[in-house]
Design a protein around this ligand. Structure first.
Ligand code: SAH
Length: 362
């Protein structure tokens, strides 16, 4: 373990301190000839977002030695929007190489939750989504995902009790970093966010879902479903051609059987595409047949992205859709739209920023 090759790295290849688990950090500190207990002190400071210069119980010589051998970096707040309606905060974070990702800090009655990004861009190609329009530029390393939570918590001065991996990117397309992030964010000496308060959202990489079920991490799986037949789902979500409904729902059932955690299904309502009463009936039937009765459906009003030409459904059809599901024994809720005045759903800020940068170039 003291071999430098085995330590996590930044995308540029430097040893990445903030991506290390406590035992990796210990091994690293020992490899520099420093006492073991320094690792815990360093871990605690880093997970609070403290700069090296302010880590006042660590000798200067130690900090200099660590800084020379490895990197500790946090994302920078590039833009920040605060909702006047509900206090939701949307961040555009700049990563060290200039890539930008978004996070959303949400206030709920039961505590604060943050939505984080896992990749710069996305290659899944969902037709309604802003994050995929420019493709995937790169994966975020674990510390870049964690950094979003640390910086938001430090910026607000408030505790964050929950995380949803529903920002830019497909977490299971960046599997190792996503799982490492889950371990780090739930570390007691760090942010200590309970795994039961964390949701991993996926467009349906069935192999990844089965693998996640075996990690012994009691996180909630959210599956982005959005359609009830393979034909319709493949038209909206190209990933369905690789992992069709039966396969992906089979993986969800396996996830439930293995972890005992109720799977939640995201269903974005798009006018004229998937929002009829018949489709609600088909959805209830499909879920009961392929997954079982322990499911929950989150209905989402489409956030319109002008490039896609798709429109959201009416409030009335959304309510009818929900009531139909409930009547058929499937619990369903319409997701409250937080931060509607700051356009808080993910992907659009990064997109507009890329457009602005292109316009500036000749
Ligand atoms: N890649 C993961 C997580 C990111 S997307 C996934 O697909 O689940 C988070 C959720 O927002 C998904 O359910 C996604 O389908 C949904 N979504 C994407 N674009 C949307 C839009 N314009 N309006 C409403 N929901 C959207």
């Amino acid at each position: 373990m003291s071999d430098v090759l085995s330590f996590p790295k930044t995308p540029e290849g430097a040893v990445d301190l903030l991506s290390m688990t406590p035992s990796e950090l210990e091994a690293f500190v020992l490899s520099l000839g420093e006492p073991r207990y320094r690792a815990e002190q360093l871990f605690i400071w880093m997970h609070r977002g403290t700069e090296f210069s302010e880590m006042n119980n660590l000798p200067k010589a130690f900090r200099e030695k660590i800084a020379a051998a490895a990197e500790y970096r946090l994302p920078k707040i590039e833009q920040k929007f605060v909702s006047a309606k509900d206090g939701t905060i949307k961040y555009l974070f700049a990563l060290p190489d200039g890539e930008c990702v978004e996070s959303v800090f949400m206030r709920y009655e039961h505590g604060n939750t943050i939505c984080v990004s896992s990749q710069a861009g996305c290659r899944m190609g969902c037709r309604f989504c802003a994050s995929t329009l420019t493709g995937r530029v790169r994966n975020l390393c674990a510390s870049e995902i964690l950094g979003q939570v640390i910086v938001a918590s430090r910026d607000t001065g408030e505790r964050i009790g929950g995380v949803v991996m529903m920002g830019i990117g497909e977490p299971l397309d960046n599997y190792d970093n996503a799982v490492r992030f889950l371990h780090l964010v739930s570390e007691e000496k760090g942010l200590g966010i309970g795994l039961r308060h964390i949701s991993v959202s996926s467009c349906g990489l069935a192999d990844g879902i089965r693998r996640l079920a075996g990690e012994n991490l009691p996180v909630t799986l959210s599956l982005s479903l959005h359609a009830t037949t393979d034909e319709k789902r493949s038209a909206l979500m190209p990933v369905n051609k690789r992992y069709p409904l039966r396969e992906v729902l089979g993986a969800c059932r396996y996830y439930f059987e293995k972890t005992g955690r109720r799977v939640s299904f995201e269903y974005t309502l798009i006018a004229g595409q998937n929002d009829t009463k018949e489709e609600a009936e088909a959805l209830a039937k499909l879920l009961r047949r392929e997954v079982g009765s322990v499911v929950h459906v989150n209905l989402i009003m489409l956030n319109e992205v002008k490039e896609t030409g798709l429109k959201t459904t009416s409030r009335q059809s959304a309510e009818q859709f929900r009531d139909t599901l409930t009547r058929l024994g499937v619990t369903a809720t319409i997701r409250r739209r937080l931060g509607s005045d700051i356009d808080a759903s993910c992907g659009q800020l990064r997109l507009r920023r890329l457009e602005a940068a292109e316009q500036r170039e000749p």
